[in-house]
Ligand binder design. Structure first.
Ligand code: NAD
Length: 291
């Protein structure tokens, strides 16, 4: 059975995931070029190798958690030739569907099993091992990686073949983007109509306006204690990150001629928000631009 896991990319997400794999009893190797990420990984019991391929060469399962598609494609090109025969490689970064499918093809060519396994749940979910995984790939690979994902999250949804996990991820985040703007507009309107934010919340949270953007991530402070709005809109998830996912959804929509008028509009709203210098704020800070 699989005992050794290589985690490539020990940032906010990958670092926390690697630490949870150590806690679950796996031997965990990892690499990240950033010294601070390396130091934190060592503190958490991860063996930091000289580079990514050095970790991959000894691993039963290789997991990449990198900033974007360009990084992932480059990393896989170096990792695949180094991997042990029979290893499985998974990517949990958020990338475009076309890249996800290309990665599966690269792995197949190298004779390795592969899955796309993007996540939702954010850094807090990664730390608490409460991520949700959206899984794309062959059944055999999905079954094989299940125990590893169980150590990192509370739920895995089997979405379909190669790229289906990434398709699910970007469609979900398009809903999130639309919903956070809708909730923000409603609170801004309520305020101008003389309705208190609490009354607005009490009605909508138990009514047909109910959604995660409202009940878990309320953009108005003072209502949902764990929401970034109560922490001066510090991320959470940065506006740049949501914009990245919205752009991926628009790219995917363009490639199949899907009609996504709200997705397009919300992408424009976040492009402006980021261009105005708010990219590092939590995405729920969008309410400030709608008041
Ligand atoms: P991050 O920037 O904190 O971590 C990425 C890490 O990859 C960095 O530490 C960087 O040094 C490292 N890296 C770059 N090139 C490398 C290489 N060649 N080899 C090894 N490591 C390398 O980003 P993050 O927040 O951990 O996000 C990672 C991915 O997860 C992104 O694709 C993001 O879209 C996705 N994601 C993030 C969240 C979130 O809330 N942060 C939620 C869901 C999905």
């Amino acid at each position: 059975s699989d005992k050794t896991i290589a985690v490539i990319g020990l940032g906010n997400m990958g670092g926390a995931m690697a630490a949870n794999l150590v806690k679950a009893g796996y031997e965990v190797l990892g690499f990240d070029p950033v010294p601070a990420a390396q130091a934190r990984a060592r503190e958490n019991g991860i063996e930091v190798t000289a580079d990514g391929p050095a970790a991959a060469a000894r691993a039963d399962i290789i997991l990449t958690m990198l900033p974007n598609a360009t990084y992932v494609r480059e990393a896989w090109a170096a990792l695949l030739p180094a991997a042990k025969p029979g290893a499985l490689i998974a990517d949990s970064s958020t990338v475009d569907v076309e890249t996800a499918r290309a990665l599966h093809a690269m792995a197949a060519e190298a004779g390795l099993q592969s899955v796309d396994a993007p996540v939702s749940g954010g850094v807090a979910g990664a730390q608490a091992a409460k991520l949700t995984f959206m899984l794309g790939g062959a059944d055999e690979a999905a079954e094989r990686i299940a125990p590893v994902l169980a150590a990192l999250g509370q739920k895995t949804v089997r979405c379909g073949d190669a790229g289906a996990g990434q398709a699910a991820k970007i469609c979900n985040n398009m809903i999130l983007g639309v919903n956070i703007v809708a909730v923000s507009e409603a609170f801004a309107l309520a305020e101008k109509l003389g309705l208190s934010a609490q009354a607005m919340f009490d009605v909508a949270s138990g009514s047909t306006g109910q959604c995660w953007a409202l009940t878990s991530y309320c953009p108005v402070p003072g209502i949902v204690p764990t929401a970034p709005s109560n922490n001066d809109y510090k991320p959470g998830a940065a506006a740049t990150m949501l914009l990245k996912d919205l752009l991926l959804a628009q790219e995917a929509a363009g490639s199949v001629a899907a009609n996504t008028p709200l997705g397009t509009h919300v992408t424009e709203i976040y492009e402006k928000f980021v261009a105005d210098g708010h990219g590092d704020e939590d995405f729920s800070a969008i309410i400030k631009s709608l008041r």
